[in-house]
Design a protein around this ligand. Sequence first.
Ligand code: ATP
Length: 232
Amino acid sequence: MIEVLDIHVFYGDSYILQGISLNVKEGEIVCLLGRNGAGKTTTMKSIMGYNPPKRGTVRFDGRDVTQQPVYEKVRRGIGYVPEDRRIFPNLTVVENLQVARLPGHSDRTAWDIERIFSTFPILVKLREHKGGELSGGEQQILAISRTLMGNPQILLLDEPCEGLAPLIVENLGEIITSLKKEVPILMTEQNAHFALNISDRGYVIDKGRIRYEGTAADLVKNTEIQQRYLAV
Ligand code: ATP
């Protein structure tokens, strides 16, 4: 579904991503794990086109989309939930969902507000609340829902657990797992325990390079990699 091949990314003169390759297939949850500053968000932003790679390729659904602008990638079906969630604080939950609507892709069931409410019942009672009044966990669910309203073919989640209480994180894990049958997911996380619990495969990034890749089950067992790169 998405394939990143040897991308090299700079911020000014700083050489941040030094040849990242990864892929996500239909039906998978794949995580990109790493410490603060390892390059997770930069990888997501490069895939989306906010800071396109200087070298390397991003392929989506078989096509080279490396240099396509963000709006084109969204239109083609790459859904992105950024780390800071970026919901509209002054719009209600329903309005936040309505403004995000994009036409569906013929091979998937289209998302609409009713489907969002039946998938995430917690949003029903909040429907007339302003985005800015919601708790962190509720905002994260709204941010994911809003991206689903764009009918993505793949979902990129940047550190979905950040700043959330443990009980909420558990609930979010169930929500993300339930979405896997609808749409493949690439998720970055510092919280390896959370991510490996719900992922099929994982990559470990450190200083802009992939240091390990394997199944989630293999990564859970690999305490050496965890201690060296993940601070768990
Ligand atoms: P975090 O958990 O903090 O989000 P991360 O793994 O997502 O960490 P990135 O945000 O991708 O890490 O940052 C990777 C490196 O790029 C860091 O050294 C960071 O200081 C640097 N960096 C990030 N954004 C910029 C920018 N706009 N300009 C210059 N350097 C940046």
